[in-house]
Design a protein around this ligand. Structure first.
Ligand SMILES: Nc1ncnc2c1ncn2[C@@H]1O[C@H](COP(=O)(O)OP(=O)(O)OP(=O)(O)O)[C@@H](O)[C@H]1O
Ligand SMILES: [Mg+2]
Length: 1091
């Protein structure tokens, strides 16, 4: 065999695992392939699969679902993804596969679908319908609007379940009504809305429940879940035992939380779109129904002998009337009388106790069942599609399966249910055969007639308009005269006695006269699924479904919009003397509509089976399952399905699956798939009668052939697996070896390189060391030689110099005298001096006496000369400066000099006075006429005329005085008048005192005992203190030849009259600016604060 290496893309394509229903199968996944096919093998196969948690099995495209009674991990979002967009037979059987198939052919092929879910109570129909809905919701379009539609459709379930489901012995959440829901989609497959139809609510449950069962969930939910407030509004009490209509023996159901469910229901109602007042009305009706059961009657005899009844306790009645807005007297009368109207004649008869109870229960049942129908209508209003465009429809039918009770317990309800199932079976057979036939035609395969049981004859027995059981029941109900269940049975016996599927003992010539298992009050029908014995009792009554007109009129009169709407026939204006349609004919009509509806759609079947009666997981009761398989007609299903060919498959997947069985087709078949399959089947020598080639599919007649193929495939796969494993192992080892070899070479080359590198570096560094030693040695040798050469040269030069020196000295000795050296020295010195003075001439500083510059000394030996020269130059330029002065200026400078000697570094005021020229006569007395008198009084030359402050001796306050200094006197005069206040001869001034600080205070001390000293010394202050003191000093010296004592001290004594007062200068604050202040502290102290 030649091997070709596949490209990676081809490899990927080959590796994609093609799953099939046939892979990892437990038992057989599709009953069509069951071999041999009989009841035992069928049940065994189901059991085997059930024991391995495989609860779904196919019969062709029909799904059998066994209730696991436990939650299995097969409904997760991952599972939804797994089944999404996969072919029906690609994965193991699942309800999602069916849902996906239905949804896709609805969306892609535009075929309306219906999903028919049947099975007995507790088999899992309702759960299955919810799984289908949730799958479709998960895979269809998304978006806010679509999600709201989905949510409303899904939330209609809890509402309908609360009102229409109840706990029964068979199922804790048994649907007591049939439900068909059309989900509508747009062309993209997004949900638009839905329509729900309901069938035959089991309303008898409202007034009476069998042992161990409950009334509808909603009653318990209200009582457990409603708040006290709400209960009070509804006039209800929480205690279940208060209500006659609630069977007490199983008020609580294990694992069911009624209170929580109540909240769920209210929430769901809100999501579906119930208004608050609607919800309120609904609960009011429920409360009214519950309370109706508590109305009791007692007999009361009247004079005319007619029986009459009376309500025992009117309290309950009153509350009902308050709740529903009915006039109490109207309702009371409706419970006591019955009015029959015929041809404008009204006849009222009284009701006895039994009739009154009958009327009460009829009212309760009618109220509740009409409320339920109203709820369905209301939900439909909310969920109906908002668009008029053409819609694609998927219908989901969750309806009671065949019901067969033991011991002739089957009544009118079972009869009706079983009739419905007969009809469903009929369309199943019709549609399956039709589909089969269509496929044969499509594929161009010859159609062989299939033998099967057609149940049309049974349907006819029930629904025939003339001779059908329902027609006769209606006839009996409408007939005048006494009508009982027995007369009805008699009639049946007359009409149906000869029918193949009808059995009864009543007629004299009956074939079953001796069949003791058939009681006289019963008849038996041989349904397609088995025989069912019906008890005739109650048929007439239930079919009539009678509600006295008085009651419907009373209801219509209610001041409660919902109740009024529920009883339109109570409106006297619309009085209708015709009898309302019977329950049987109503049901027949609705089943006919349903069938018509279903026939236009592509059917998908889910057959639910209940594995045990105990609602328990893991128990598979074979007898029970067998019973269900029989009446669901599942074997019949398989037979119909494989009447022609048991198995069919498109050519491509068939060739893909079995191509390894033939050399020509393995690994690749190049050519059309059909030719490949032909070659394959020829090679495998499959007998020709076993298969047939259709246009796109191969049809295999017998499952055995398929299993043989499967076995061969399995064997071949094992061989192939070994081969692949062998080649893979070889390839892996070789790849590994090659990889290791390559790695070894790489490692070796790297190592070699590394080793050579190391060696080379070692040699290189050694060479450098040797080289450096040799170079060093050579260099040292050369250096030695060069040094030697240099010393030789130097030595030669020195020798030559000495030699030349000796020769020159010898030559010149005769020209030099003994003092030649000294002369040379002096000469040199002179030259230097000359140079010094010449340089000095150019570097002379300015002639300003205060210029401190002087050139630096050039030679150390000229140090003292240089200093002397500086001093002489300074004195000279001072003299030059002084020589410019006039006499006047000289005098001023003398005064300034005197002042400097007196005050420099002693008085802080001094530096400020240096720059001020001394003017003396600040006041020009001669020019001011005010001072003429003063001028006249002083005839001497005035040296100082200035205004001073005289400090008052008593309080330290200042007064202005004119201070005059003449050659001989000091005068103080009034500043305003010019009057002389005091006159002191200079000889009487002994001392002038002042502080060392920056103030102008000074004291003029007078000689004790002199004429002017009467008042004591003067304490004055002047801005020109320095000038005044200097001039006073100079004038005194020139007049008296004595030096005036000037005392500079911060604390001195002055004589004020008799007291000696201490004047103390302190560093004061800057409070008054820069002006010193003077204050007399006490007798002994006068304080001057200098800022
Ligand atoms: N697929 C499932 N997985 C787990 N539990 C299930 C499943 N199907 C049904 N059940 C269980 O079985 C119970 C009965 O199922 P369901 O109510 O669907 O029965 P039904 O066929 O609708 O009965 P009825 O005719 O009385 O309404 C459910 O309450 C649930 O506990
Ligand atoms: Mg149900």
């Amino acid at each position: 065999m030649k091997w070709r290496i596949l490209t990676s893309e081809e490899n990927m394509a080959k590796m994609e695992v093609k799953m099939s229903l046939l892979d990892n199968m437990i038992g057989v996944g599709d009953m069509v392939l069951l071999e041999p096919l009989n009841e035992d093998s069928f049940i065994n196969n189901l059991k085997k699969r059930f024991d391995h948690s495989e609860v779904y099995t196919y019969i062709g495209s029909v799904v059998i679902s066994i209730n696991p009674y436990r939650s299995l991990p097969i409904y997760t979002p991952e599972k939804v993804e797994e089944y999404r967009n996969r072919n029906f037979y690609e994965l193991s059987p699942h309800i999602f596969a069916l849902s996906d198939e239905a949804y896709r052919s609805l969306r892609d092929q535009d075929k309306d679908q219906c999903i028919l879910i049947t099975g007995e109570s507790g088999a899992g129909k309702t759960e299955a319908s919810k799984l289908v809905m949730s799958y479709v919701a998960a895979v269809c379009g998304k978006g806010a609007e679509v999600n709201q539609v989905k949510e409303q459709l899904l939330q209609s379930n809890p509402v309908l379940e609360a009102f229409g489901n109840a706990k029964t012995v068979r199922n804790d959440n048994s649907s007591r009504f049939g439900k068909y829901m059309d989900i509508e989609f747009d062309f993209k497959g997004d949900p638009l809305g839905g329509v729900i139809s309901n069938y035959l609510l089991e309303k008898s449950r409202v007034v009476k429940q069998p042992r161990g069962e409950r009334n509808f969930h909603i009653f318990y939910q209200i009582l457990s879940g409603a708040s006290e407030d709400f209960l009070c509004k509804l006039k209800l009490e929480r205690d279940f035992s208060r209500y006659n209509y609630l069977g007490l023996d199983s008020a609580k159901v294990n694992g069911v939380d009624d209170a929580a469910n109540f909240r769920t229901v209210r929430n769901a109602m809100q999501i579906v779109g119930f208004m608050d007042h609607e919800t309120q009305s609904v609960f009011e009706v429920v409360a009214a129904v519950l309370k109706l059961g508590n109305i009791e009657f007692k007999p009361e005899s009247r004079v005319n002998g007619l029986d009459e009844s009376k309500i025992k306790d009117k309290n309950e009645l009153k509350e009902i009337c308050e709740l529903t807005g009915i006039d109490q007297s109207v309702l009371e009368r409706a419970f006591s009388f019955r009015t029959v109207e015929a041809k404008q004649e009204k006849v009222s008869t009284t009701l006895n106790v039994a009739q009154a109870y009958y009327a009460r229960d009829a009212l309760a049942k009618n109220l509740y069942s009409r409320l339920f129908s109203w709820l369905v209508t209301r939900i439909n209003e909310s969920i109906k599609a908002q668009t008029k465009v053409r819609k694609k429809v998927m219908g989901v039918l969750d309806i009671y399966g065949f019901e067969i009770f033991e011991n002739a317990d089957n009544s009118f309800e079972q009869f009706i249910i079983n009739y419905c199932n007969e009809k469903l079976q009929q369309i199943f057979i019709e549609l399956t055969l039709k589909e089969e036939q269509e496929e044969y035609i499509r594929e161009g395969i010859e159609w062989t007639h299939i033998e099967y049981f057609n149940n049309a004859i049974i349907c006819d027995l029930i629904e025939n308009n003339q001779t059908g059981i329902l027609a006769m029941l209606d006839e009996e109900c409408l007939r005048p005269g006494t009508v009982t269940d027995d007369t009805f049975l008699e009639k049946l016996n007359q009409v149906c006695a000869t029918h193949q599927h009808f059995e009864s003992r009543m007629s004299k010539c009956s074939r079953f006269l001796n069949d003791t298992s058939l009681p006289h009050s019963c008849f038996r029908i041989q349904h397609y699924a088995g025989k069912v014995m019906y008890q005739v009792e109650g048929f007439v009554d239930k079919n009539n479904d009678l509600l006295y007109r008085d009651l419907s009129q009373a209801m219509w009169k209610a001041n409660h919009s919902l109740i009024k709407a529920l009883f339109p026939e109570g409106n006297p204006a619309k009085i209708n003397l015709k009898r309302p349609p019977t329950a049987g004919s109503q049901f027949k009509a609705s089943v006919a509509t349903l069938m018509k509806n279903l026939q236009t759609k592509n059917p998908n079947y889910i057959r639910c089976i209940k594995p045990n009666d105990k609602k328990a997981a893991h128990i598979f009761n074979e007898a029970l399952v067998c019973h269900q398989i029989r009446y669901l007609g599942l074997l019949e299903n398989v037979r119909v399905r494989r009447a022609g060919y048991a198995f069919r498959q498109a050519y491509e997947p068939c060739l893909e699956r079995y191509k390894m069985l033939c050399k020509q087709t393995w690994p690749h078949w190049r050519g059309p798939a059909r030719a490949g399959v032909e070659v394959l089947f020829n090679e495998l020598e499959i007998p020709e009668e076993e298969f047939s080639f259709g246009r796109s599919k191969i049809f295999i007649r017998n499952p055995r052939t398929l299993f043989k193929l499967e076995d061969q495939r399995k064997q071949r796969l094992e061989d192939l697996a070994t081969l692949i494993e062998k080649i893979y192992r070889g390839w892996k080892c070789r790849t590994r070896f090659l990889l290791m070899k390559r790695s070894q070479i790489v490692i070796a080359s790297w190592y070699r390189r590394y080793a050579q590198q190391k060696k080379y570096q070692k040699i290189k560094s050694s060479a450098i060391i040797v080289q450096s030693y040799i170079r060093g040695w050579k260099a040292r040798k050369l250096l030695r030689e060069l040094k030697h050469q240099k010393r030789c040269n130097e030595a030669a030069t020195i020798i030559a110099a000495y030699w030349h020196g000796t020769q020159v000295r010898r030559e010149y000795r005769k020209f030099f005298r003994a003092n030649a050296g000294k002369k040379i020295y002096e000469f040199t010195l002179q030259r230097l001096m000359q140079k010094y003075f010449l340089e000095m001439k150019n570097k002379m500083p300015s002639l300003s006496p205060v210029d401190k510059n002087w050139p630096a000394r050039p030679y150390l030996f000229l140090d003292s000369t240089h200093k002397e020269l500086k001093r002489i130059f300074h004195l000279w330029r001072c003299k030059k400066y002084r020589d410019q002065f006039t006499d006047q200026q000289k005098l001023i400078y003398e005064e300034k000099l005197e002042a400097s000697e007196l005050f420099k570094d002693k008085k802080a005021l001094y530096p400020a006075s240096v720059g001020q020229p001394f003017q003396g006569a600040y006041l020009e007395i001669s020019k001011n006429p005010k001072y003429k008198k003063l001028k006249d009084a002083v005839d001497e030359k005035i040296i100082i005329a200035e205004v001073v402050n005289k400090i008052n001796r008593a309080n330290g306050k200042a007064t202005s005085r004119i201070f005059l200094l003449t050659k001989n006197n000091v005068l103080l005069a009034d500043q305003k008048s010019g009057n002389i206040k005091s006159e002191v001869p200079l000889g009487d001034v002994t001392k002038v005192s002042m502080s060392s600080q920056n103030d102008g205070f000074f004291a003029v001390h007078l000689k004790e005992g002199s004429g002017a000293a009467g008042k004591g010394d003067f304490l004055l202050s002047s801005d020109h203190l320095i000038e005044m003191a200097t001039k006073l000093y100079r004038t005194t010296l020139s007049q008296t030849k004595q030096k005036l004592n000037i005392e500079i001290s911060d604390e001195f004594l002055v004589q004020f009259r008799q007291d000696k007062v201490c004047v103390k200068f302190i560093q004061g604050s800057q409070k008054n600016g820069n002006i010193p202040t003077c204050k007399r502290k006490n007798n002994r102290l006068l304080e001057v604060a200098v800022p």
